[in-house]
Design a protein around this ligand. Structure first.
Ligand code: ADP
Length: 184
């Protein structure tokens, strides 16, 4: 059985990511989408459990997709899920250098191959960081992310505003969702 492992921060998961999952699902018997904690990205908007739930909901229609969320080295996940190859999306040449380095490191560490899927031009400008920024300022992100993700973004930023405006309480009871809290 051929297993593709598509790892990422997915904070949040957007339509560019979704396209890669759909295309990878035609190449592999199973695609494992792994929401990872990226140590390079200091604090996440959605915690790993939130990202996993959203991923499950938005990939429900694609056969052979499984979602995991992990806080470990990618090659360990690849070994655990029996990955035939790691799948990564490429938006532009600017992605290539870092992706190439990561692919070589992962191959060196474990022998696992990486395959790159070039994104279609209609999604190539979408990045999680931009989606977060637009949503933060109340912009409409519905063209860039699945509906469920758009709804969660609105909730998240509404909640943040409410929390920011209500700092007089003990400040210790809330589920504020981010602040770099430990994720499992
Ligand atoms: P990471 O922290 O691993 O870079 P991301 O969530 O930013 O995680 O990206 C996960 C994967 O999705 C990467 O392979 C990235 O190149 C790819 N990707 C990101 N944005 C797009 C897009 N617009 N179209 C296709 N692939 C994308």
């Amino acid at each position: 059985m051929k297993v593709g492992l598509f790892p990422g921060s997915f904070d949040p998961f957007h339509n560019g990511h979704l396209e890669i999952v759909e295309r990878a699902s035609r190449l592999f018997d199973e695609v494992v989408v792994a929401a990872l904690r990226n140590p390079q990205k200091s604090s996440a908007l959605f915690d790993l459990d939130e990202r996993k739930s959203m991923l499950e909901a938005v990939t429900e229609h694609i056969p052979g997709v499984r979602i995991v969320s992990v806080s470990t080295l990618l090659v360990n996940v690849a070994r655990d899920v029996g990955a035939t190859a790691i799948v990564r999306g490429l938006r532009a040449v600017s992605d290539f250098e870092a992706e190439m380095q990561m692919a070589q490191m992962n191959h060196h560490l474990s022998g696992v191959e990486t395959i790159f899927i070039p994104t279609s031009s209609k999604y190539s400008f979408i990045a999680s960081k931009l989606v977060r920024e637009v949503a933060h300022f109340g912009g409409d992100v519905s063209a860039f992310v699945p509906k469920i993700v758009a709804e969660q973004l609105v909730k998240k930023f509404d909640g943040k505003k409410a929390n920011d405006g209500d700092d007089r309480n003990d400040g210790d009871d809330g589920d504020d969702g981010d602040d770099g809290e430990e994720e499992t």
